[in-house]
Design a protein around this ligand. Sequence first.
Ligand code: HEM
Length: 240
Amino acid sequence: MSTTESTTESAAAEPAQSMLSQRVGSFLAFAPLAVWTTWHLYSNLAAFQGPQQWEQAVSSPRAPLVEVITSTVVLLPLVIHTVWGFRRLRIAKYNNGSYSNFDNLKFLLQRLSAIGLVLFLGAHIVMARFKPLITTGRHETFADISYEMHHNPPTFFVYILGVLAVAYHLANGLATGGLTWGFAATETARKRLQNISYLFFVLLIGMGWGTIFALWNAGEHQRRMEPRADSPAIPAEAAR
Ligand code: HEM
């Protein structure tokens, strides 16, 4: 049995009119979501350079209009892709019990990682973006995130698993997107895309887990900061 036969949605559940929705959901997954996510993981590597560099790259305040535009450009496609994704989750036929091949496993993992992503991104966006903004009027500081990473094991493990889900979902999505957009029409093209997706997975996981390690390391001697609107973003000893 071929991969497509064993893993895709049934023709009845996928009427022609949903072709457009398939393309829109897939397109938004790549631009801007995948591009922004890759950039975000890359920017976070500034954690290796120190507090100021990380805050400059990741959490420095921007003009209010820029904040609104950036948030809309990222969050709106995320919401649309998530709604689209839940529909795909619902109409998919899961038959991993009957056909336990590797492609079927990847199909299932794409969907399990999507559920993990909903939970992780929900927690990450609230804790790293909205909570600091509401309690201190600022973005999250290097002091706070590195302290939590080192001294709060649940934070550490949630980030490890969250980055794993992001890396898998995005890298495997690159391969399935190639099928959606017709870039993998032949077996050779499919294999090439698959290999690129494996490399992409290693790159994403390397950037994400590398940043977690840098923050965990820096958090060892970090003090917890009190949420005061007038306190400096970086404690004096951490900035040195
Ligand atoms: C950082 C956020 C996310 C990124 C960058 C992302 C990226 C992608 C990419 C590139 C694809 C492949 C599209 C294709 O095959 O045409 C995909 C597929 C998918 N995404 Fe996401 N995604 C994200 C979050 C989510 C969330 C929160 C959900 C929640 C439901 C989700 C559900 C799905 C599903 C179910 C598929 C498989 C669609 C299919 O093969 O039919 N994604 N995603």
